[in-house]
Design a protein around this ligand. Structure first.
Ligand code: HEC
Ligand code: HEC
Length: 531
C-alpha cells in the first residue's frame, strides 16, 4: 500500500514513469497516489479506528495522556487488536505509530538509559532504580519496558488495574504473593513512577520545540559485529519525504569481506531511526538514534530473523564534521616490539597522526581521500594503554606487551532451543583481551580471535551429558542450540543444558584462556520488540 507516501514522492514517481514513456504504469501510480491521499489523514484515522472506545467529547481518553517509544506504541496497537479485536491493517498501524510517536514520544535523554532494550542487545543486564521497583514491575518483563513510558499518576494507576484485570496471577505468583501487590502498586509504586517518569517534562517540551535535522546525506560509519569483527564504510541517505528515507550501505570488514546493501528507514520523534535493509544476502533491521544536531548516529543493527546477531554502529555525517575526523583504526591493538600495517578510516584524512612516545610511523600510503594506510612500529618498551592518535572517537589504538587475561563476553549467556515454527536463539561470544597497565590496573584491549569450546558446566550437567545434546559451538564463537525435545535418546529429557564456554587465544608463543557460562533453555514463544 502507498498510504503514507509523501505527495511529492508520488508526483516525482509518476513523472519518472512518464519520462520513460510507460504511460500505463504512470497512470496506475497516479491513481494509487490519489487513492492514498483520498484516505483519511492520520488524525482522522486515529478517530476512525480508536474513537469508538476511546473518544469522550473531543478527547481520546487513555491515548493522549501518555508518551511512549515507537515500539511502545506499536505494541499497544497490536494489543488493541489481540485483546479488543481492533482491526488495523499493516499500513494503518505504521501510520498511527508514526503519528503517535511524533506527538507523544520520548526526548532523546529520556530514552538514553534504555537504548539497549530498543536495540535488542542480547544478554543485556536490565536496570531498575530500586530493588522494590524491580520486584514489583521488572520480574515478568524488563523494567525498561516501564521506564520507556511517561504518564501521570492516574495513568500509571490505570495500568496497574489493567495488569490485575488481565493477569490475576500477578498477585499470587512469586514476589506477588508475599505482599499486598495491588495496594502497593496503587499506593506506593504508581506515585514513584509518576515522579520518575512523568507525563510532562522539561526535556520533552524542549525537544518538541527543537529543530530536528533530517539525516539526508553521506555518513561515514564504523562498528563491530561480534563473531565477524570490525567494519567501516559509508551509508548514503536520501529523503523520500514525510521522514522516510532510502538508504544505501557499503561496508568493508577488517577481515576482508566487502558487503553492500540497500533499504529504507523512518525517523520517529525527530531522532528515532528505524530501518530495514538487505545487507549482502541478509535481511537486517537498524535501531539508531540521531544525535549531536544531526551530525552523529549510533545504535545497533541486527538480523531480522535472529536479533541476537548484530553489530554496533557509529556514524558521523561527512559534510558536518571537520576534515581529519577518524571513525576507525584497524587493527587497533598494537603489540610492543612489532610493526603493523594499520588502516585509518575517516573523513578527508590528512597523513599526520600522533601515536605518542615509542611509536614510529614508518610509511604512509593514501588509499582514498577518506582512508590512509600506515606502517606503525611500536618499540618493545612502549607503555601499554590506549592512545588518541587524532580527531574523533574512532581515533584510538591500544598498545600492549602481552595479553595478560582473556574474558569471555557475555560472561553469562542464554540461548534457546528451536522447534516447530520457533527459531532457535543462538549465543554469540567474544574473547576480550586485557593487559596489565603500568599502575597494575587492568586495561581492556578488545575482542581478539579465539579457538572456542564447550563442556558440561558442573556434575549435574555431566550426569545428563548436556554438552552432547544442547547444541554446537561454531568456530567464530556462536553457539547454535539444538532442537527442542523430549529426546528419547536422553530419557525423554529436553535438550536443555548448562555449559562452560572456553576461549583459547594465542599471543605469540603463549596461550591465554578465558571462560564463560551458557544456559540453553526452552524455546522463546513470545518475541515482542520490547521484552
Ligand atoms: C474495542 C474497543 C477499543 C478500541 C477500538 C481501541 N481500544 Fe485502546 N483500549 C481499550 C480498552 C478496553 C483499554 C483498557 C485496557 C487495556 O489497556 O487494554 C484500552 C487501552 C488503551 C491504551 C492505554 C494502554 C496503556 O498503555 O495503559 C492505549 C494507549 C490505547 N488503548 C490505544 C488505542 C489505539 C491507538 C486504538 C486505535 C488503533 C485503540 N486503542 C482502539 C479498548 C479499545
Ligand atoms: C505478572 C507479570 C507482570 C508484572 C508483575 C508486571 N507486568 Fe507489566 N505486563 C505484563 C504483560 C504480560 C504485559 C504485556 C501485555 C501485552 O502487550 O500483551 C505487560 C505490559 C506492560 C506494559 C506495556 C503496556 C502498553 O500497552 O504499553 C507496561 C508499560 C507495563 N507492563 C508496566 C508494568 C508496571 C508499571 C508494573 C508494576 C506495577 C508491571 N508492568 C508489572 C506482565 C507483568
Amino acid at each position: 500500500m502507498i498510504v503514507g507516501v509523501h505527495r511529492s514522492a508520488c508526483a516525482v514517481g509518476a513523472k519518472g514513469f512518464r519520462a520513460l514513456g510507460r504511460t500505463v504504469l504512470a497512470g496506475i501510480l497516479a491513481t494509487l497516489c490519489a487513492a492514498a491521499w483520498a484516505g483519511p489523514s492520520p488524525d482522522k484515522l486515529l478517530i476512525e479506528k480508536c474513537g469508538a472506545c476511546h473518544q469522550e467529547g473531543k478527547a481520546l481518553q487513555r491515548i493522549t495522556t501518555m508518551r511512549k517509544s515507537p515500539e511502545g506504541w506499536d505494541m499497544t496497537i497490536v494489543r488493541m487488536g489481540i485483546w479488543h479485536k481492533v482491526e488495523v491493517s499493516k499500513s494503518e498501524r505504521k501510520t498511527l505509530v508514526k503519528y503517535l510517536a511524533d506527538r507523544q514520544g520520548l526526548a532523546p535523554e529520556e530514552s538514553a538509559p534504555y537504548r539497549f532494550l530498543l536495540e535488542r542487545r542480547p544478554n543485556a543486564q536490565d536496570v531498575a532504580p530500586s530493588e522494590d521497583l524491580a520486584q514489583m514491575c521488572g520480574r515478568c518483563h524488563s523494567f525498561g519496558r516501564v521506564a520507556l513510558q511517561r504518564r501521570d499518576v492516574a495513568e500509571w494507576r490505570k495500568l496497574v488495574h489493567t495488569h490485575v484485570g488481565q493477569f490475576p496471577s500477578v498477585e499470587y505468583s512469586n514476589m506477588g504473593r508475599d505482599r499486598n501487590w495491588f495496594d502497593l502498586a496503587l499506593g506506593d509504586v504508581a506515585p514513584k513512577l509518576a515522579k520518575l517518569y512523568p507525563q510532562r517534562t522539561a526535556a520533552w517540551s524542549k525537544w518538541q520545540q527543537a529543530r530536528h535535522v533530517a539525516p539526508s546525506g553521506t555518513w561515514r560509519v564504523a562498528g563491530s559485529r561480534p563473531g565477524w569483527g570490525g567494519y567501516s564504510g559509508y551509508m548514503v541517505v536520501r529523503a523520500l519525504g514525510a521522514d522516510r528515507y532510502d538508504v544505501k550501505y557499503d561496508l568493508q570488514y577488517d577481515a576482508g569481506n566487502h558487503v553492500v546493501g540497500q533499504g529504507d528507514a523512518i525517523v520517529y520523534t525527530g531522532y528515532e531511526w528505524r530501518g530495514s535493509a538487505k545487507l549482502g544476502n541478509q535481511e537486517v533491521r537498524s535501531v539508531f538514534a540521531l544525535g549531536g544536531d544531526g551530525k552523529r548516529m549510533s545504535g545497533r543493527w541486527f538480523l531480522r530473523d535472529a536479533d541476537e546477531i548484530g553489530a554496533s554502529f557509529e556514524a558521523v555525517r561527512s559534510d558536518a564534521v571537520p576534515a581529519d575526523t577518524v571513525v576507525a583504526v584497524s587493527p587497533a591493538l598494537l603489540k610492543a616490539g612489532t610493526t603493523t600495517v594499520v588502516r585509518v578510516s575517516g573523513v578527508k584524512l590528512g597523513t599526520q597522526f600522533d601515536f605518542g612516545p615509542d611509536v614510529a610511523v614508518q610509511k604512509v600510503e593514501r588509499v582514498s581521500p577518506d582512508e590512509v594506510q600506515l606502517s606503525v612500529a611500536v618499540a618493545a618498551g612502549a607503555a601499554p594503554g590506549w592512545r588518541q592518535i587524532g580527531r574523533g572517537a574512532g581515533a584510538q589504538v591500544a598498545l600492549y606487551r602481552q595479553i595478560d587475561a582473556i574474558r569471555v563476553e557475555p560472561e553469562f549467556a542464554h540461548a534457546r532451543l528451536g522447534g516447530g515454527t520457533t527459531a532457535p536463539v543462538s549465543a554469540q561470544f567474544e574473547a576480550i583481551a586485557f593487559c596489565n597497565g603500568a599502575d597494575g590496573k587492568e586495561i581492556r584491549l578488545g575482542p581478539v580471535h579465539a579457538t572456542w569450546g564447550v563442556d558440561n558446566f558442573d556434575a549435574r550437567a555431566k550426569a545428563d551429558d548436556d554438552v552432547k545434546f544442547a547444541g554446537a559451538m561454531e568456530p567464530h564463537g556462536q553457539f547454535l542450540p539444538a532442537f527442542a525435545g523430549p529426546n528419547p535418546a536422553r530419557n525423554n529429557l529436553n535438550n536443555v543444558g548448562d555449559l562452560a564456554v572456553q576461549a583459547t587465544v594465542a599471543d605469540g608463543d603463549r596461550t591465554v584462556a578465558g571462560s564463560g557460562r551458557l544456559v540453553v533453555s526452552v524455546q522463546r514463544w513470545n518475541t515482542p520488540p520490547l521484552r
